[in-house]
Write a protein that binds this ligand. Structure first.
Ligand SMILES: [Fe+2]
Length: 445
């Protein structure tokens, strides 16, 4: 079809936004992979993680599959390596023994792919084909790379040896935050049908009716978590579910990952440096079972995923759901601790501008928050563009985490964004907050 369109300024703006996001993301990938030498890049730092050089070429391979071949309809850059970098065909533990591209070739590969993507982006028309409408496939690839960057950051946290990453400390508290917040009963809109780069599992928007509940105004802090440890929480099966107690016993859990005793207190190893555990920071590197046990000890429970999202998005003034707790605008450094701007969670009260209308703080950034929910499709879910993005993970094996961490980029973090992992995992930047049912006098007060 020939068109007589005038120069499409909207398409031009979208093209430059995509180009900027691709470049910003690649700069982060470069930082994470250039901070260590080749030996470090090809080594496996934990059986839970891939060698960094696998993540690097995998990012390029996904970009080639979706953007170069599918969207662009171009010839493959390299079709011989698709299997090597297929996350489903290659379990993480086996990845170090694969004939992976050495660092110099992996870097050349991802930059060749990227050149082709910039070339095709120049002439692309954002038709209503779902993969290209509003630049979706490009947004998906940006988010994919950012998600691997967070995974690579977690690998950095697991690697032994001297520190190689640096960042300024997060901001200090600016306000005192209440303990808990009542969320009144009623419906709210969960998920989205309109956010153009939202992934399949965030869709579609649907109404969820919740009874009144009370949720912590901030994530559980190290200080509170230390009380649980000091009260013998790890040694008392009363607080643990059956599977939780079994895991705690088999894995010998006694404190969050990366903690060790330090005199009377605790120290926490972050990216190669030990520092004293600070009481007002959200606890991080705990598994779902630890979160569940803490909540039981505290006379609370974990929030459901819907409770988390209502606290994060529902605006009591208008009744509509926002993209973020503070509104619809993208996060800045004033709103949340995101994007590896800092290398650990910020103390409670550090982001007053990021609070929800009801006064719930630090829902976005700092730590991924475990919810009590298993991972399921929203009502009306349709897999797009491939079942392996999320549908194959639906079921009882995973628990949903929400809100993103200090290591999550803003492109891969929204009020609707959903993450999931096994309840035993804690190498991720995971923490939690607690909730409880509202008492009748609170609900009707
Ligand atoms: Fe991936």
């Amino acid at each position: 079809m020939t068109t007589t369109e005038q120069p499409d300024t909207q398409a031009e703006a979208l093209r430059s936004r995509i180009a900027a996001e691709l470049e910003r993301t690649r700069a982060r990938t470069a930082l994470l992979t250039e901070a260590v030498d080749d030996d470090d890049l090809t080594r496996q730092h934990s059986p839970l993680m891939s060698p960094l050089v696998w993540d690097l070429a995998h990012v390029g391979n996904q970009e080639e599959l979706w953007l170069v071949r599918d969207v662009g309809g171009r010839e493959p850059v390299r079709h011989d390596i698709d299997d090597l970098y297929d996350a489903f065909k290659q379990p993480r533990k086996d990845r170090p023994s694969l004939p992976l591209l050495p660092p110099v070739e992996a870097r050349a590969y991802v930059s060749t792919v990227r050149d082709k993507v910039f070339d095709l982006l120049d002439g692309i028309r954002f038709t209503d084909r779902p993969l290209v409408a509003e630049g979706f496939a490009f947004g998906m690839i940006v988010q994919h790379e950012q998600q691997h960057d967070e995974t690579m950051l977690a690998t950095h946290q697991l690697r032994a040896g001297p520190a190689v990453l640096d960042a300024p400390p997060p901001p200090e508290p600016r306000v005192r935050v209440a303990d808990e917040v009542l969320v009144p009963a009623g419906p709210f809109t969960m998920g989205t049908s309109t956010d153009p780069w939202a992934l399949d599992n965030e869709r579609p928007a649907h109404t969820v009716e919740l009874p009144a509940y009370v949720i912590d105004a901030a994530p559980v802090t190290n200080g509170r978590y230390r009380e649980f440890i000091a009260a013998g929480g790890y040694d008392d099966p009363r607080w643990w579910s059956g599977p939780g107690w079994r895991h705690r016993t088999e894995a010998g859990l006694t404190a969050p990952m990366h903690w060790r005793r330090d005199g009377d207190g605790w120290a926490y190893r972050r990216f190669g440096r030990w520092s004293p555990v600070r009481d007002d920071e959200p606890v991080v590197h705990v598994c779902w079972y630890e979160a569940e046990a803490f909540a039981a000890w505290a006379g609370r429970r974990l929030p459901t995923e819907a409770e988390w999202e209502k606290a994060a998005r529902w605006d009591p003034g208008t009744g509509r759901s926002r993209r973020y707790p503070w509104g619809d605008e993208d996060p800045t450094g004033e709103h949340a601790n995101l994007g590896q701007r800092h290398l650990w969670p910020a103390p409670v009260g550090a982001y007053p501008a990021g609070a929800s209308p009801l006064g719930v703080h630090q829902l976005i950034g700092d730590v991924w928050e475990w919810t009590s929910s298993t991972f399921r499709g929203h009502p009306g879910f349709t897999a797009f563009p491939y079942r392996e993005y999320s549908e194959v993970f639906f079921g009882d094996d995973y628990r949903v985490l929400r809100g993103g961490s200090f290591g999550t980029d803003r492109a891969a973090c929204r009020g609707t964004f959903r993450n999931w992992d096994y309840p035993i995992r804690r190498q991720i930047f995971s923490g939690f907050r607690c909730a409880r049912d509202a008492r009748p006098e609170e609900a009707h007060g």
